[in-house]
Write a protein that binds this ligand. Sequence first.
Ligand code: HDE
Length: 711
Amino acid sequence: MARKTPPRERLKVKYGDQTVARGEGGETHQEAGGEVKVLTTQQGTPVSDNQNSLRVGRRGPTALEDFHFREKLFHFDHERIPERVVHARGFGAHGFFQPYESLADITRADLFQRPREKTPAFVRFSTVAGNKGSGDLARDVRGFAVKLYTQEGNWDLVGNNIPVFFIQDALKFPDVIHAAKQEPDRGFPQAQTAHDNFWDFISLNPESVNMALWIMSDRTIPRSFRFMEGFGVHTFRLVNAKGKSTFVKFHWKPKQGMQSVVWNEALKINGADPDFHRRDLWDAIKSGDFPEWELGLQLFDDDFADSFDFDILDPTKIIPEEDVPLRRVGRLVLNRCVDNFFAETEQVAFCTQNIVPGIDFTNDPLLQGRNFSYLDTQLKRLGSPNFTYLPVNAPKCPFHHFQQDGHMAVENPKGRANYEPNSWRGEAGGPRESPERGFTSFPAEEEGAKRRIRPETFADHYSQARQFYLSQTGIEQEHIAAAFTFELSKVEEPAIRARMVGHLLNVDEGLARKVSDGLGLKKLPKPAEAARPTRTDLKASPALSIILNGPESFKGRKIGVLITDGVEINLLNGLKRALDREKAQMKIVAPKVGGVKASDGSWITADEKIDGGPSVVFDAVALLPSAKGVEQLMREATARDFVADAFAHLKFIGCGAACGPLLEKAGVPADADEGLIRLDKPSSAAAFVKACRKLRYWERETAVKLPLAAE
Ligand code: HDE
């Protein structure tokens, strides 16, 4: 049916300072809601009808001359660009980096010269293996890629939330990624390493064992991006104005403290809210709670490098913070969400080769390979060497070069000279090189035969894996054992399971036995053949534990409060006040999203209906139904799950006076443990919120029979 044409009067638009009829060009017109923009084609031609294509006759064919139709469909057909082969699912935000002090003595990098001066930043967090539409809570490494728009060019620190990597040579990258992603014949499983190909590769590749320990730890199921660390992984160089080089490892330390979820919770969050991590970052920034990380530098010289137990060029190794303490030199704050996901998060093009004067590479073979791969991949994804002009990728400092033309050349050099050297003077000659200001590589001496070789110094594959394991609390060790058991139980080929346990025997016998028992292996396999015996003299590094590096407050966390009609209003208000003081959030969960009538007759609007806001999406919960409401909740499976899951996931539970029968019905004895905290008068709210600072009541774990701990 043809759309009724609005009266001619309403089609008037402002065009410059004239008012002309729509259809004669122009940008805005008046509607009831005020002045709005007139829809145009990409060529700027105003569109009269965006509901019906051009037809010949009432029920006739569509005319090919309908340029608006053809342009619209043509553009739509080309909306997608190739997703990243790895790190396809990501989420970005803008912010800034601010140094605490001048680091001029160790680097000439411009962003580290002037204390408190802000350098704009864009950060993209990601998972590695899953495709763009996969769930946020996959057990996976998280990317932590930072683009810093310095006054001497863009510096991309393309890191992860784990400080080591699977492989020592970039040549192996396609193999490890092929093995991790969906198996090629069947196209599944999506976003998980719990399958044969992955563990087949890892078990045949002992250099991956340290990383295997890290990925089976809770590091790969972070509570959200805000609560995880970031690492540059490789050793880099900082170079000062005199040309002196200092080795450096980069760390991002979350001011919010570290926090992960438990595995059973991760599985359920993926169902309840597959966007849990991106929503968390978005909500935090939009509410003004800007996440912040401190940049920590581990600085060391050649003497340390030569005396260190492992090769500083080996990306499967860390340098424990206890050996080289972190120097905290500045802060990264994320304070602005993207305006458009595609334009920014999708089109941002990180390249490890993007470094600036004062920072330099080392010979880490993984880093050397990455320096090729990233530029190459951006051309494939973005389709033109001019991707550097996209606003999210363009430097924010002046830039001048002779690169020209190509697809989508939005800006070409002006003037006659497009080559160098040239004899044109002044502006006509274009930019010139600058030996003083320009980037100069650190003149490291290199020599040797050209061979395909892996240095002897990279050969110890187990000692640091053991050190990592022994640096964990008992609870975290149990989680590692449980994760190996879970993943290897999904492996169908028994030989692969056994081969992996053979590696674990070189890490820690207790761990290997737990996994072997968990898998039901009839007998313990032989330890894998080791190129170097496992060292047992490496000291534990408490910095590697998440639990030992948690937050000091409940700030930025979320409580889900389950209420019904008749909720005690003073109690609810008391809890809200206590949470406000802590700068934590309260979300109301109720049988209907419209809300409930409180004890004083006031109306409380809910944030979520119970099945839309299960307890897995909260850090702690409070149960404040009225006595009558409890009867209703006891009949609802979602309400029982809300309670049972909160308990099983070791959450603190604030218990209102009436909630006893609901707890019982959910299988939780009312006096089960000290993680259940009375919330029967407004003054008890403060004690409850204080308890929540510990995030979990870990003591409960051994009592709960869920697949959290290895049996
Ligand atoms: Fe990457 N990696 N990578 N990687 N990587 C990519 O670049 C690659 C490695 C990391 O949010 C790709 O733009 C090779 C280590 C992050 O856009 C690709 C090797 C670390 C991101 C690529 C590695 C990373 C990527 C895919 C082995 C931690 C996401 C799309 C030598 C220090 C960046 C893209 C974003 C993305 C190659 C290993 C981190 C294909 C060859 C080690 C955070 O170029």
